[in-house]
Design a protein around this ligand. Structure first.
Ligand code: B12
Ligand code: SF4
Length: 462
């Protein structure tokens, strides 16, 4: 075994949306902890560089021994292309993350080794094997990783990045996994319904150490365990932070928890309403969302002065073309800050993917198209793919028309006016590209321009 320091490069590849200069996309992608967590468990005899390709031009000729690349389904082709470029230069390439864990044999065509599942325990082993020239083609994370002793993710190593402000909130993970079985959700196969929690004192210690002002809890469902959530919110109170998180609408059934959330600094919740059609929800095993209770639940959350961004999907088997108009009407009636729309996407290995594949209903296996905004990749039951694409675009345009935007700002005028106005605007396509970078003073105009040019000139991408 040699005793020199080996060099590892860990890369977060860009995606086709970020390439369009949507500033929000780029900044938000910074909130991922995937390779930051891998960095944290890398043994000290390896020197690590992180690259977030959304912001930095990838230098394929960089002097490294081994490259680790993450990726989601919609950007995995970019990740594969990147792996090929590194392999051409005789670098050892390892891939990990949701998509390659679902389809490890597909990824193996591009990488020397593929990590299936969580990387925290297997990555150090893989690196030792690499040093001894014994790299295996696949590494499987067989048991769910215990979060108790995990080191804090490395959060200060991407260039061009200022985490912890409103726009690029500081990512913290309090738990992993979700016990629910929604058939479209990639968490279901990846974490196999096993939920694990970090010790609350460690979360507090991390916040005290890194001192962020704004935090985004990247958990899939922060309030799935009410006792844990309560304890967490109590512990957050003295820290004087502002935070947002993803959770389920069922939080509204727990007024005490909502109050604690607000008192501990919660300003916004991202809630997967998914659909206003109960039959659709039932069909994808999300029947615990009760449409008839939505309005009351939203009102209760708003009463606590917490803003809601609701996530909605279209194209379920019980959806007809009427769903778009019905959803617009619903959104006009309720007080939410903003809604994000997505066509149903069957991510590989989810029960939904298997079901649609079995019924020969998947019409497009180009992973570039597995992004919510653009393409319908399957045959919906009650409309054509084209009608689904058009319907979702129609809804997005209607939802973002100036009078509706102003109405939403007006409805939220009494609470967190600036933050809410910002959150509403930032989700409007193009606004975030032109206005946000200067508004949040993330970067100077000169830096912003140079970054855009750097991204345009990026080489080696499909
Ligand atoms: C933060 C987050 C975001 C952020 C940042 C996105 C980004 N690109 O990184 C925002 C809010 C922008 C976002 C948006 C979207 N997201 Co998102 N997001 C997450 C979330 C909640 C946390 C990610 C994270 O940091 N996890 C913590 C880290 C530690 O876990 P991890 O990523 O699994 O990494 C571990 C292993 O996978 C492995 N690993 C990962 N990479 C590598 C690399 C190497 C080399 C190795 C060895 C190991 C390894 O080791 C790590 C440590 O154990 C996940 C769900 C989740 N809980 O993970 C969804 C998730 C990743 N998102 C998902 C989706 C679908 C989206 C959207 C398409 C949704 C939409 N409707 O718009 C968009 C896409 C935006 C974009 N352009 O990327 C899906 C992805 C499914 C898939 N097959 O691709 C997930 C899994 C959610 C879900 N329930 O299905 N998201
Ligand atoms: S969609 Fe939300 S509630 Fe359903 S399994 Fe995924 S994380 Fe859990």
């Amino acid at each position: 075994m040699q005793d020199r320091k080996y060099k590892v490069l860990l890369v977060n590849p860009t995606d086709n949306f970020s390439k369009l200069h949507f500033y929000k996309e780029k900044c938000q992608i910074s909130t991922t902890l995937s390779i930051r967590s891998i960095f944290a468990v890398t043994p000290e005899d390896f020197e690590v560089t992180l690259v977030n390709e959304c912001f930095e031009k990838m230098d394929f000729d960089v002097d490294v021994d081994i490259v680790g690349i993450t990726g989601l389904t919609h950007n995995v082709k970019i990740a594969y292309k990147m792996a090929q470029e590194f392999k051409k230069r005789s670098k050892t390439v390892v891939m990990g993350g949701y998509h390659v864990s679902a389809l490890p044999h597909e990824a193996k065509k591009y990488a020397d080794s593929v990590v299936v599942g969580e990387g925290d325990i297997v990555w150090p082993k893989l690196l030792q094997d690499f040093k001894q020239n014994k790299l295996k083609p696949f590494y499987y994370s067989k048991t769910p990783v215990d979060l108790i002793n995990l080191p804090f993710p490395v959060t200060d190593s991407f260039k061009f990045e200022k985490l912890g402000n409103l726009h690029t909130s500081f990512p913290i993970q309090a738990s992993r996994g979700c016990p629910n079985k929604c058939s479209f959700c990639a968490i279901t196969y990846f974490h196999k319904h096993q939920v694990r929690y970090r010790p609350i004192e460690k979360i507090v210690e991390e916040i005290k150490l890194k001192k962020p002002k704004y935090i985004f809890f990247i958990d899939d469902n922060l309030t799935i365990n009410y006792n844990f959530a309560k304890e967490l919110f109590v512990a957050l109170k003295p820290l004087n932070i502002k935070w947002s998180a993803q959770c389920s609408i069922t939080i509204a059934q727990h007024p005490e928890l909502l109050q604690l959330a607000k008192q501990s600094g919660c300003f916004c919740l991202y809630i997967g309403l998914e659909s206003i059609n109960q039959e659709s929800l039932n069909s994808v095993k999300k029947g615990f969302n009760k449409v008839e209770e939505y309005k009351k639940a939203i009102a209760k959350i708003n009463q606590c002065n917490i803003g809601i961004v609701s996530l909605l999907m279209f194209g379920f088997d019980n959806d007809t073309k009427k769903i778009f108009k019905d959803t617009l009407k619903f959104l006009d009636e309720v007080k939410i800050l903003h809604a994000e729309f997505s066509m149903v996407i069957p991510f590989p290995s989810t029960p939904l993917f298997e079901q649609l594949k079995k019924g020969s209903r998947i019409i497009d296996y180009d992973w570039n198209h597995y992004h919510p905004g653009n393409h319908c990749v399957f045959k919906p039951k009650n409309m054509t793919p084209n009608e689904l694409e058009k319907g979702q675009k129609w809804l997005l345009i209607k939802h973002c028309l100036p009078h509706r935007v102003l109405q939403r700002i007006w409805k939220h005028r009494k609470n967190n006016f600036l933050i809410n106005t910002y959150l509403i605007f930032v989700d409007i396509p193009y606004v975030n590209f032109f206005v946000v970078p200067f508004f949040v003073k993330l970067i100077s105009i000169k830096d912003w321009f140079e970054r855009s040019v750097a991204i345009d000139n990026k080489s080696g991408l499909p």
